[in-house]
Every structure is written in structure tokens, then in C-alpha cells.
Design a protein around this ligand. Structure first.
Ligand SMILES: [Zn+2]
Length: 436
């Protein structure tokens, strides 16, 4: 085989130019990233400075940081937790690893290398060992990939770390937690972090149980009706759901205090189902906790099995007489607010309304009334931010909330439900008998 020489030369020239251009772009971006770290660190220094002005509690120091983070988040359309994490990380990078920031500025490393150096060096608290760590890892980062640098950095940090693995594990175990992330197509992911032995044991038990299910299914006993075609992965997932939703904790300190103990506590989720979907006239999706779409079949199954449902008319919403002027909202008001707000009303926050507190947008102490047009759902974090820092919220007649930051930046948060459910343009003409 022979290649036509002229086009090969032309290809080479194009590729060469593309590579050189990419190098120039990366160099500019690295310098910009260094500048972004420095500006985030300046904001971090402002938060730290404010909290050092007067003697304060840990919570007050944290609030100074949160207020600064929310200011940046609003300006850049970041989540305020993201902003808080980034300014804290930038503060640590700029303060603890000056040579790394300089190397980034000169494009000898990338921003992700800098992140790895800060992240892997976090256990090193002694300035001397941190300096040695930075010197050795930086030399490696300038000629290696991010992944290669990470492995090397971990080894160096381990070598310089004065604490034993037992001490470190005790600290690390403080981070154990469970969280949930939304996925696409009506799915979600459950995450859990705990000690490696427990997590491995959990996975092993699920695997053994799933294999036993498979063995029985494969043997089948010659019964053609026994057809379990689930994979091991699918079976493990089903077993985990069964255990969490149906099982009881082994250690239960509440059994003498709660009727039925911890095992009697069942999962609770809220699902909003358009009525035309409920009766099968539409396949329009429903919303789980106001953030995850649920497919129509799942929603109808939940509807059929639920012990009771709250029926609500979403439009118009104003015909309800609830203007009671007292501090505590009535149960009807709380229910209405949860349905209207769906989630916390701080811009960008998705904390479900049923885990939120009811906020008086204009404080009750300042004459704010306990009426629907002055009440909104805020999660604990954002309720505290609004109450304890100069952030203000003003509700408009349509339920949208105008937030004003301490620097005077404004943003409007519209109520969710008006956005989530537009009228169905073409419902099925004959829905048949309703399921309830
Ligand atoms: Zn919130």
C-alpha cells in the first residue's frame, strides 16, 4: 500500500498546527485557572477576615463563609455549596502550595494537577513536610498525567504522614454518609461511604444472595413457569432495595420507645401525578420530590398502592382562604407551601420541600404576616443563611421570590409548579374507567 504523498504532507501540517494551537490554548487556560484560584482565594480571605473581626461561634464563622459563597454562586450560576467548596479549596491551594500556583501560572502543570497536589497533600499538616511533598510531587506533575501524578502524590504523602493508619482511619470514618444523585430516564443513584470492610461485606452478602437466587432459577425444577432472567447485577440491586425498604436494623435502641421500633419506619416520598396520567388518558410524566421525573406506569402503580392521596387543583391556586395572621402556619398552609414550592426556594437548591422549614420572607418580628404570600419553604442551610446574614427575600404576588445579596445583586426564583406542568395539549378523548 502506498499513500499519496502530497495529502499526507498537508495532513501533517494541519495536525501540527492543531497541536501547536492546543498548546497555546492550554497555556492561556492554565494561566487563567491560576488567576481564578487567586481570586477565589481572595474571596476566601474576605470570609476569614470577617469572621476574625470579633469573637464568634463556629456557626458564625461558617456563616460568614456561606454568605460570601452564595454571593459568588449567584454571580456565576454555581450551586452555593459548590462555590463554598471551591473558595475553601482555592484558599488552601494558594496559602499552602504557592509553588504549585506559580507552576500553573507558567503552564508547567494543568489546573487538575494542582487539584491533585492539594487534595493528596491534605493530611500533611506540618509546613516542613508539606514543602517537601510539594517539591517532589510538582517535579513529577510537570512530566506526568493527572492519574500518574495522583498515584505518586499518594505514595509521597503516605511516606511523609506522621500519623498511623489507625489514627487516619478513625478520622476518615467521620466522613461516613449516604447520599442520592438523580440520574436520567426516571432513575437515581444511591451512594454510600463507610469503612472498606463493611462495604466489602455488604457487597459480598448481596453477591452470595444473588448467586443463590440464580442457582435456584437455573435449576428451575423443570417448571416452565419459573423464569427468572435477571442478571447478577440486577438481582443485587433488587435485593438491596428489599433489604433497605423491608428489613429491620439489627441494633435498635428505639424499640422500647417507638411503636414497632425502627423497623416500623417506612420510606416516604412525594409524587405529583397529573390527573390525566392517573386515569391513563396521558403518558405525561410525574415528578418525584419535585426533582426526578417518574414514568407514567410507575406513578400509576404508586397511586394504586398508596393508602391515601391529597387531591389538589393546581390552577388557579388562589381560591383558598388561608390568610390567618398568626406566627405558626396552619397544617393546610404547610401542605399548600410544600406543593407550591416543591423544593427549597433559594436559587439553585433542590432540597425537597418536605425536608424544609417554613420561612417568613419578611420576618415576623419586622411585621411580616403569616400569609401564603409571605411564606416559603427553605432548607435548614438557606433558612439560617437568610436569618443570620444580610441576604433578603421578597415574595411577589405570583409567588416568585426576589433574592438580594449583601452586595445588592438580585435574582428571581419563580415557583416551580407553574413551570413543571403545562396543560396537556391533546388528552386522549376517551380515558375509560378511572382506576380509583
Ligand atoms: Zn436550600
Amino acid at each position: 500500500m502506498s499513500h499519496p504523498a502530497p495529502s499526507r504532507d498537508a495532513d501533517d501540517a494541519v495536525l501540527d498546527d492543531a497541536v501547536a494551537s492546543l498548546q497555546r490554548i492550554e497555556a492561556v487556560m492554565a494561566a487563567l485557572e491560576a488567576e481564578r484560584f487567586r481570586q477565589l482565594a481572595r474571596a476566601h480571605a474576605v470570609a476569614v477576615g470577617r469572621s476574625e473581626h470579633r469573637p464568634q461561634t463556629v456557626q458564625e464563622r461558617e456563616l460568614a463563609l456561606r454568605s460570601v459563597a452564595a454571593e459568588i454562586a449567584l454571580a456565576l450560576r454555581w450551586h452555593d455549596r459548590t462555590a463554598q467548596r471551591r473558595i475553601t479549596e482555592a484558599g488552601a491551594l494558594v496559602e499552602d502550595y504557592p509553588a504549585t500556583v506559580a507552576a500553573l501560572d507558567e503552564a508547567r502543570i494543568t489546573g487538575r494537577h494542582a487539584d491533585v497536589i492539594r487534595e493528596m497533600g491534605a493530611p500533611l499538616l506540618e509546613p516542613a513536610s508539606r514543602e517537601e511533598y510539594e517539591r517532589r510531587v510538582l517535579a513529577r506533575a510537570e512530566r506526568d498525567t493527572v492519574a500518574g501524578t495522583r498515584a505518586f502524590a499518594r505514595a509521597v504523602a503516605d511516606e511523609l504522614e506522621p500519623r498511623s493508619i489507625t489514627e487516619r482511619h478513625t478520622d476518615a470514618a467521620e466522613r461516613r454518609r449516604v447520599w442520592v444523585d438523580d440520574d436520567i430516564d426516571g432513575m437515581a443513584q444511591l451512594g454510600v461511604i463507610d469503612s472498606a470492610t463493611k462495604i466489602r461485606a455488604m457487597f459480598d452478602r448481596l453477591t452470595r444472595q444473588a448467586r443463590a437466587v440464580r442457582r435456584v432459577a437455573d435449576a428451575g425444577g423443570g417448571d416452565p413457569d419459573i423464569t427468572d432472567t435477571r442478571s447478577i447485577d440486577q438481582t443485587r440491586a433488587d435485593l438491596l432495595c428489599d433489604l433497605v425498604l423491608g428489613g429491620r436494623p439489627v441494633v435498635d435502641p428505639t424499640h422500647a420507645h417507638l411503636a414497632g421500633g425502627l423497623g416500623a419506619i417506612r420510606a416516604e416520598v412525594s409524587v405529583i401525578i397529573p390527573v390525566l396520567t392517573a386515569v391513563g388518558a396521558s403518558e405525561r410524566g410525574s415528578m418525584l420530590d419535585g426533582c426526578s421525573p417518574v414514568d407514567a406506569d410507575t406513578a400509576r402503580q404508586l397511586l394504586a398502592e398508596a393508602p391515601g392521596w391529597q387531591r389538589l387543583l393546581t390552577d388557579p391556586v388562589t381560591g383558598v382562604a388561608l390568610g390567618v395572621d398568626r406566627y405558626r402556619p396552619t397544617p393546610e398552609m404547610r401542605r399548600f407551601l410544600r406543593i407550591r414550592d416543591v423544593h427549597c426556594r433559594f436559587p439553585g437548591c433542590r432540597q425537597p420541600a418536605r425536608r424544609c422549614e417554613i420561612d417568613h420572607n419578611l420576618d415576623h418580628a419586622k411585621g411580616g404576616r403569616t400569609t401564603l404570600c409571605n411564606l416559603a419553604c427553605l432548607c435548614k442551610r438557606h433558612h439560617v443563611l437568610k436569618t443570620e446574614t444580610p441576604w433578603t427575600a421578597a415574595q411577589q404576588s405570583d409567588g416568585s421570590i426576589v433574592w438580594t445579596s449583601p452586595l445588592g445583586r438580585r435574582t428571581t426564583d419563580p415557583p416551580e409548579r407553574q413551570v413543571a406542568f403545562a396543560p396537556d395539549p391533546d388528552p386522549h378523548p376517551d380515558p375509560g374507567p378511572p382506576p380509583f
